[in-house]
Ligand binder design. Structure first.
Ligand SMILES: Nc1ncnc2c1ncn2[C@@H]1O[C@H](COP(=O)(O)OP(=O)(O)O)[C@@H](O)[C@H]1O
Ligand SMILES: [Mg+2]
Length: 282
């Protein structure tokens, strides 16, 4: 690849975009994906925010998405459960499937999709309701519990899976917003799990948390992998290295390189990936 570190960045971009950048380096696809993105583009009005992104997510894996701010990580994540639908100027092209079904099919129920592909945000955002109600809300609107005891069961199991049960079991009627930041984020994870998702999307889920709360969430992500596929956006390369099996490196709207996390961080194949992980960019 022709890329000279001495060149001004804009010149390098115009050279690379047409050739090396156009094709993602590494294995973007897997044999039996839960979610699959093929040739996905997102525009905000005239702005082309992500370009021709192809990336699969497999069962029982954590895929991390890294790259400089503004490179399109959140935009890509939001395509997967159609959260970009809520942004008026956003237009998505390409194919995204969940278990082989086109998620942008007009017959797709978007509320249902967002239960199957749940999202955890940067800032914990519990509802202004009790701890119990935060978790029970989804199962109730989706009709997942036949009666109160089934609902109690779902709430308990979800809080257990989110590693929060022991801390809250005696105060389920207290407001979710009264918990610490780390507990609130685990509550949001419990709320996501409660509707039995297949995929959990996390957009910088630890960036508002202290190191101890972060470590708890990271341990939790590793456990959750046994039951869910997880896509996590993180600005921390250390976090990507700790929690994910595969890493995808985005740069200015292009998916530059995807590969096993240990290889991406020890032996990146693309110059742009190498520049980023060695701290020369971003
Ligand atoms: N709602 C929006 N309207 C217009 N432009 C947006 C919107 N959201 C993101 N963008 C633009 O799209 C690009 C990618 O943004 P984003 O996906 O948030 O990047 P990242 O998450 O990697 O920081 C940026 O140039 C950003 O300014
Ligand atoms: Mg973002």
């Amino acid at each position: 690849m022709a890329s000279n570190p001495e060149q001004p960045v804009n010149v390098q971009q115009s050279l690379t975009r047409s050739d090396a950048v156009a094709r993602t380096v590494g294995e973007a696809t897997v044999a039996n994906p839960v979610m699959s993105a093929r040739g996905v583009n997102v525009f905000y009005g005239d702005k082309h925010a992500i370009r021709d992104v192809t990336l699969d997510v497999a069962h029982n894996e954590v895929v991390s998405m890294i790259g400089p701010s503004g490179c399109g990580k959140s935009t890509f994540l939001r395509c997967l459960n159609r959260l970009n639908d809520t942004i008026e100027s956003a237009r998505v092209t390409g194919l995204i499937t969940l278990d082989g079904q086109d998620v942008y099919d007009r017959r797709q129920d978007v509320v249902q999709l967002r239960a199957r592909v749940g999202m955890v945000f940067q800032k914990p955002n519990p509802f202004p309701k009790s701890i119990y109600e935060n978790v029970a809300y989804g199962p109730r609107i989706h009709g997942l519990a036949a009666d109160r005891s089934e609902l109690d069961e779902i709430v308990q199991t979800s809080l257990q899976r989110a590693g929060l049960w022991d801390e809250v079991k005696d105060r389920l009627s207290q407001p979710g917003t009264a918990l610490s930041g780390g507990q609130q984020q685990r509550l949001c994870i419990a709320r996501t799990i409660a509707v039995s998702p297949e995929v959990i999307l996390m957009d910088e889920p630890c960036s508002a948390l202290d190191p101890i709360a972060t470590a708890r969430i990271e341990d939790l992500i590793d456990e959750l992998r046994q039951n869910y596929a997880i896509c996590i956006v993180t600005h921390s390369m250390q976090q990507a290295a700790r929690v994910s099996q595969r890493t995808a490196y985005f740069h200015l709207g292009d998916l530059i390189e995807v590969g096993p996390t240990d290889l991406i961080f020890t032996n990146p194949r693309h110059k742009l990936t190498e520049d980023y992980i060695t701290g020369r960019f971003g």
